[in-house]
Design a protein around this ligand. Structure first.
Ligand code: ZN
Length: 197
């Protein structure tokens, strides 16, 4: 059996407010700016054996604020900036819809996760989401993995929303840097079951 049959855990990363600065419906490649810690945090997760998949809600498309072609240019810019900073991602998925479109991909729905499982050999139960919104950590919960909230982007406002939610994030971290460290440490935990007889 070759290594290609081995399922890999993934970290599903939100884009805006998590890896790049949030610009509220970012619509031009010129607006793409990586957080200083982004490339290093992604590389660290990759070195720890995680696939890195970007999953991003881009409702600006459905709202008519920019086109899928614009988004393609923005994502190309994002990937090239990441490359220039010495890192890379394995995949990128976006949802162009708004809530009323009732699609199956808008986070916290797991459509983008299900698609990535088809494209990559991912072990979802050992996977994580990291993002600056309740939607992001709920995505981690809904997929059957764990979700981490970061306090960059909308994270600080979203922290107040967490209080109202039944489901809480696996961790609340200042930035992607701390979130990456949490994920790497958490993934190493071994669950030992003692059978009493
Ligand atoms: Zn969608």
């Amino acid at each position: 059996m070759g290594t290609r049959n081995i399922k890999m855990p993934a970290v599903f990363l939100d884009r805006d407010g998590t890896v790049i600065f949030d610009k509220n419906y970012l619509s031009s490649p010129k607006q793409v700016k990586l957080y200083s810690f982004a490339a290093q945090s992604i590389s660290k997760l990759r070195a720890a054996g995680f696939k890195i998949i970007i999953v991003t809600n881009q409702s600006g498309i459905s709202r008519g604020l920019f086109t899928e072609k614009d988004l393609e240019k923005i994502n190309k810019r994002f990937i090239s900036l990441l490359k220039a900073a010495g890192s890379r991602i394995d995949g990128l998925y976006y949802c162009p819809h708004i809530d009323s479109d009732d699609c199956c991909c808008r986070k916290p729905k797991i459509g983008m996760i299900l698609q990535s499982v088809k494209d990559f050999n991912i072990d979802i139960a050992k996977s994580y989401t990291i993002g600056d919104s309740v939607r992001d950590y709920m995505l981690g919960f809904n997929m059957g993995g764990k979700g981490v909230l970061v306090l960059t982007g909308h994270g600080k406002e979203q922290k107040n929303e967490v209080v109202k939610q039944k489901i809480k994030p696996a961790a609340i971290c200042k930035t992607l840097r701390q979130a990456a460290n949490f994920v790497i440490k958490d993934a190493k935990k071994i669950t030992i079951t003692y059978l009493d007889n």
